[in-house]
Design a protein around this ligand. Structure first.
Ligand code: GDP
Length: 465
């Protein structure tokens, strides 16, 4: 275990490295405030920090030996009412690298040690200030770069998700005790719980857990960016469209068919939502070019993974036949979670916009000129509305792969329990599966955790968090 369960004094710079207007240094552990008293003198009060109230702010001078290091603000938080649950202080100093270094050196010489990544949050977990899923949400908040992942992380940090999991655990615990009661008296041939009632309870929990599992697809997508595949035959203007969307020339634009050989990925934020665009090699039937074939293979993978497919065609040359063929090709990749939007490009070369889609009026089509930046906003509006239809502001989405895996395992155990219950397998065996489900749910919040899990979660934090 890289993190020790103890309360020795740890310190770290909590703000980003390099020169800045201000910087914050954190110190936590038993005796940490006393330690700062050795190097800090308040300007206004002739009292030591240890004698001051918790949650107070003090202006003064930091010295070490003969050297005046800086004029700083120290905020103090006394155990148990701090982020870590321990005595904790934050020194706001001027953001010079030299000053940060000198303060750390002074703290180390007075008996603190450097904190490991995530160690402050680990202590918060250790001291019961937050559970594991809340601790993970702290890292998610720091990483959040769009509206939805931010909202989701805030909810998780404030315990919304933990409450859901804990309620599910309570329901399961009740269920197990109902079943075990029957077990205790089995010799006497008494049936306590109504079998139908037990069955419907298991089903109810399965439904609730399934909802959480189903939310992962969207939760994960929003955290990492909604994947959008731009596909179409060579030379229809896919790269030009991507450039128009990104408003910068990052993809290679060329007149030679098939030059976008690889899948180009770029992330763009529209109205607070992250979209990941994949410009693909295109779906071309046969080619001898190995590199090109590789590109096509990647296109197929991209199509499978995308939530939105922008199918680009050349509106000046498209025929009804060709369109039917395209749809036939795309069919295997479409399902209810996948949105296909047809993009008719190059309208600048036409006098009137044609309507070749006879009998296909339900196909959503946007006509654009990628080259002249016309109607690109119609595409971005459509992308945003795809996400908005999920009404994300009202529901929590599971976005953490570790949580998702535990949820899936819990659901599997519950389904086995239900199946065995139906098959009249003895209740003690059914109860084993219900307890397994309980175990998996407890992994999410960290009531049950292994060293490996804790190490992998906290070591991904930044130092100072
Ligand atoms: P890709 O192979 O599908 O990625 O196509 P490109 O983006 O490389 O474009 C192929 C050719 O079509 C280039 O010469 C582009 O300048 C041209 N092109 C792309 N978009 C438009 C458009 O809206 N109007 C016209 N007239 N030409 C375009």
């Amino acid at each position: 275990m890289i993190y020790a369960y103890n309360s020795d004094i740890i310190c770290a710079v909590a703000t980003a490295h390099g020169k800045a207007a201000l910087s914050v240094i954190r110190i936590s552990g038993k005796g940490s405030i006393l330690l700062i008293d050795k190097i800090f003198a308040s300007t206004n009060v002739n009292k030591k920090l240890v004698e001051q109230k918790s949650h107070t702010l003090h202006f003064g001078t930091l010295r070490h030996g003969d050297e005046i290091i800086d004029e700083v603000l120290v905020s103090i938080f006394k155990s148990p009412n701090s982020y870590t649950g321990e005595d904790l202080a934050e020194i706001s100093c001027h953001g010079s690298s030299y000053i940060q270094q000198r303060i750390l050196e002074a703290l180390l010489q007075e008996g603190a040690r450097l904190a490991m990544p995530g160690e402050f949050t680990f202590r918060a977990f250790q001291n019961g200030k937050m559970d594991l899923s809340q601790a993970e949400a702290v890292a998610d908040i720091i990483d959040a770069d769009n509206k939805h992942s931010h909202l989701n992380a805030i909810r998780q940090m404030r315990g919304g998700f933990s409450t859901t999991i804990n309620n599910l655990r309570l329901e399961l615990i009740n269920l197990v005790s109902l079943i075990e009661l029957e077990l205790d008296f089995s010799e006497e041939d008494v049936t306590f719980a109504d079998r139908n009632q037990i069955k419907s309870l298991i089903n109810k929990i399965i439904d609730e857990i399934s909802d959480l599992a189903n939310s992962f697809q969207m939760g994960n997508v929003l955290k990492n960016g909604v994947p959008v595949a731009i596909v179409g035959k060579p030379n229809v203007g896919k790269s030009t469209l991507l450039n128009a969307l990104l408003k910068e020339e990052r993809a290679i634009v060329s007149d030679i068919p098939g030059t976008t050989r690889d899948v180009i990925q770029d992330v763009m934020h529209i109205k607070g939502i992250a979209f990941r665009f994949f410009d693909t090699a295109g779906l071309r039937d046969e080619t001898d070019d190995v590199v090109e074939n590789l590109g096509i293979e990647k296109t197929l993978v991209t199509l499978n993974e995308a939530n939105i497919i922008l199918y680009v065609f050349d509106a000046t040359t498209i025929t009804q036949n060709e369109l039917s063929q395209i749809l036939e090709e795309l069919k295997p990749y479409l399902d209810e979670n996948k949105q296909l939007i047809m993009i008719g490009n190059k309208i600048d070369e036409m006098t009137t916009v044609p309507n070749p889609f006879i009998n296909l009026s339900d196909l959503e089509t946007i006509y654009i000129s990628a080259k002249r930046n016309e109607n690109i906003d119609q595409i971005t509006e459509r992308l945003v509305s795809y996400v908005d239809k999920y009404n994300l502001s009202s529901s929590f989405l599971v976005s953490n792969a570790r949580h998702y895996n535990s949820i899936i395992k819990a659901n599997k155990s519950l389904s086995t329990a239900l199946k065995e219950f139906d098959e009249n397998v003895t209740t003690d065996l059914v109860s084993v599966h219900l307890k397994a489900a309980l175990h998996y749910l407890a992994e999410i919040t960290g009531q049950i955790s292994s060293e490996d899990i804790l190490n992998s979660i906290f070591s991904n934090f930044c130092i100072g968090k």
